[in-house]
Each structure stands twice: as structure tokens, then as C-alpha cells.
Ligand binder design. Sequence first.
Ligand SMILES: Nc1ncnc2c1ncn2[C@@H]1O[C@H](COP(=O)(O)OP(=O)(O)OP(=O)(O)O)[C@@H](O)[C@H]1O
Ligand SMILES: [Mg+2]
Length: 502
Amino acid sequence: MKMMGEMFAQLGSLIATVMFVYTICKQYLPYNLQGLVVRYSHKLFGFLYPYIQITFDEYADDFRKRSEVYSAIQSYLSTKSSTTAKRLKAHDVKGSSTLVLGMADNEEVTEEFRGIKIWWASMKDSSKKNSFSFYPEYDEKRHFKLTFHRQHRDVIMGCYLDHVRKEGKEIAMRNRQRKLYINNSGKGKWSHVMFEHPATFETLAMDPNKKEEIVNDLVKFSAGKEYYAKIGKAWKRGYLLYGPPGTGKSTMIAAMSNLMNYDVYDLELTAVKDNTELRKLLIDITGKSIIVIEDIDCSLDLTGQRKKKKEEEDKEVKDPIQKMSGEEETTTSKVTLSGLLNFIDGIWSACGGERLIVFTTNYVDKLDPALIRRGRMDKHVELSYCCYESFKVLVRNYLDLESHKLFGSIQRLLGETNMTPADVAENLMPKSVFEDADSCLKNLIEALEAAKEEARMKAEEEAKLKAEKEAKEKHETANEQVKCNGTSAEGRLCEEVKENGV
Ligand SMILES: Nc1ncnc2c1ncn2[C@@H]1O[C@H](COP(=O)(O)OP(=O)(O)OP(=O)(O)O)[C@@H](O)[C@H]1O
Ligand SMILES: [Mg+2]
């Protein structure tokens, strides 16, 4: 590396001499010979110095915006320099415990790309500001300098620079602190907090086969840029998570975000004024994100709107304006079902790329089939009551246990009654520092037995009510029959009614 630097320095001084001689000679040469000298001096320069240099400035001349390419190169070189450079610079990412290392100023690193040697240098120029001050300020201008042999121009320009840019962006993406965005300001804008949720697919309690299927699906999706482009489909995927409260729907969204390294946009539909505002929010969503609409069945009366529309159509309401206002008055938000469908798979939804759309609901049957049809919500995932496999994940999370003599009883009870993972988890959590694993498991057994007893009593009560209802109905039918057969004229009439089915 040092030798290379010396070689460049020697070449530099040689070239400087040539340029100096050229400038002096140029003044005394007749005008028609000057063009000739310029041409030959360039040839000589190229012959003496067969390397090409490209510089990438940190800021454009107006200093307003940091160059994206510079940032990408910086991230790209951070991985190269942390293993090869001797002088490094460390900085932390806001809100994250990760320390990012980068090249120090005026440091050089080399790398090979397809057998081609490439030199990178991080340069800093300091110049004193023109204005007078007792504490003179310096303008610091940084840039990266890329040097390579001119015979590799095509490869460097054709694919190496693209490779650096792409990989640099991906590294920056991985190092960033993820965010949770919310739209509750009511102004069609997102505000955010740092996203920190410890849930992962390892700690998520659910059927292991189903879990593996979801993880594989997500991994395939995130690597599917070319595939989606090939089939001509926007790079996005819809997930519908449904199941009773406390079965892990929100927890799964957090696990998805942690697995994919995506930001989360929690969309509160009731805070969106109308379809235009919804579209505005959509445009502001970046790539690598999960758009979440929780409890979609409660968010808006979307099904009601559609039903109402259908009723109105049945009644043949002719005035379209009257019809629209009727549709929109059902909620304070004027977002309509068609607006939401447009949000999910309209032409705008393809902008920004790589995103998941997740709906959660406790009542999947309440949703309009159009909203959750395959293609819109590509994957329907049911999160259900705690099974034995889920319990094993929870007990590992909460009590660090792989096996225990009480597991058999718990397995039997879980097969006999319904308890959500949230309730199981609550029972497994030690209530004081003195509570050990044994007593937590006993608590769970007690809770399961209580739930089983409660369910039995409820079923008995329901059966009793059903029997009473049936008896009542039977009694009423019998009374009617007696009434019908009471007078001959009435009896005949009843027979006629029965025969005609009127
Ligand atoms: N499958 C699960 N795996 C691990 N923990 C779970 C699971 N389900 C529930 N929990 C625990 O219960 C709590 C509540 O779960 P969560 O909020 O994910 O349920 P939900 O299905 O989103 O409920 P709701 O329908 O009411 O929104 C979580 O904080 C988590 O600790
Ligand atoms: Mg939830």
C-alpha cells in the first residue's frame, strides 16, 4: 500500500514537471502549434500515468444535502476498512448499541473486484475561512478517491460502482435504528418513535410447522426482487393474522420486523380523514417496511358501508351524490372500502417497493371478502389457543425449562381446554422472587383446571338453555295444532295453509 502511495507520488511529480514545461512552452508557441502540444501532452500524460481516478464529494457545492453516493461508499468501506485499514473512526447509531467503524481521514484501503485491484482513499481538505475571527474556522471538505487501472474502465463503470452503491445502501439499512411510525396526528403525517421490541420467531409460541412456513415465506419474499420484477408484480405481500385476543398477532408483527429488519407503519384508519389523505400517507412510506392495520374489523365500518351500498342499490336509489354521502356518513373517517383497496394494491402501492401489509382481526368472518381475497392478503395465518408445542416455547422463554414432571398433566389439560398463549404466559411468570418453576407450573395447572371447569359449566348452561328453547318451541307448535284442530272450519283452513305452504 505504502509502495503504491510512493509510486503515485513519483508519478505525480513527473507529471507536474511535464505540465510545467508545457505551460511555459505554450506561451512562446505560435497559436496553431498550441493544439498540437495539448494533444501530445495528454498522450504523454496517459502513457506515464495509466490510472484513472474518480472523486466522490461529501457535499455538492451548495453544502445543502449530503451526497447519497458518498454515504453509500462510506457504509461500503466501513466493512472493508474495519479489517484492513490501520486508522479507523468509530461512531454510534442513534438509539442503537451498535458501534459503526469507518475509515479515518486520509486513510487508504485496497480491495479486489473480479481480480481487479482497486484503491480507495478518504481525503479531507481543510482551508481557512476568508472572514476574520480570533477563532478561525476551517472549511472541511471530504471526498473519497477511487483509483484503478484504465484497462478496467468498463468493469468499474459498468458494474463495480453499482455494486458499491447497492451494497453500501444495504449495509446502512442493516446498521440503522428501526422506527415505529404512527399517524395519529390527524394531519396526514407520520410521526415516529424508535422501534424496540424483543419478540422474535424463536420466542413466538405457535405450531412449529406453521412458524417455519411463515419464516420461509418471509425470507423468500425479501430475496425476491428479481422474481417479482420477472412476473411483473409489485414487490409486496399481504398477511392476514386472525384469531382470538391474546394469541400473538401483534407479537408476530414485531417478530416479522425483527426478522426482516423493516420499519413498522402502524396505520390508524379512523384517524385518516379521507381517501386522499390515505394516499398521501402511503406515498410517504419508505421501502423495507411493514404497514399494519390492527383490528381491521373495528377500524372502519367497511363491511357496513358495502352492505349499506348494496341495500341502496336494491332500493334502486337513482341519485349518485345522495348515494355517496350515505356511504360516507357511517363513520367520522371518510375512507371507503374502495379507497382502502386502492391503498393495498392500487398503482401507488407499488411505489417504494419491498413492503408487507398486515391486517389483524379477531373476527375474520366479519370482513368483506374483497378485502382479504388471495392476491391482496396473500397469506392467511390463524393464531389460535395454546397447544402443547406453543407451551414448550413459552416455558422455555419464561422459566428456562426444557422438561419437567408436570409437563404431562399440562399437555393433557391443554388438549381438554382452550387457553390463549397470553394467559398461559401470565400464569408462567413468577409473581415474586420467591416463586420457583415448580410453583409457576402448579399455578398454570390450577388455572387450566379452573378454565376447564368454567368451560364445562358454560357448556352445561348453554345445553340447558337450548333444551328449554326447544321445549318451548315444541310446546308452542303443539298449542297451535290444538288451536287449528279446534273448529272444523278453522281446521280445514289450517290444512289448506299447510298444503299450499302459504
Ligand atoms: N403466540 C405467542 N407467543 C409468545 N407470546 C405471546 C403469544 N401470544 C401472546 N403472547 C403474549 O401475550 C401478550 C399479548 O399478545 P398480543 O398482543 O400479541 O396478542 P394479540 O393476538 O395481538 O391480541 P389482540 O387481538 O387483543 O390484539 C404479548 O405481550 C405476549 O407476551
Ligand atoms: Mg394485537
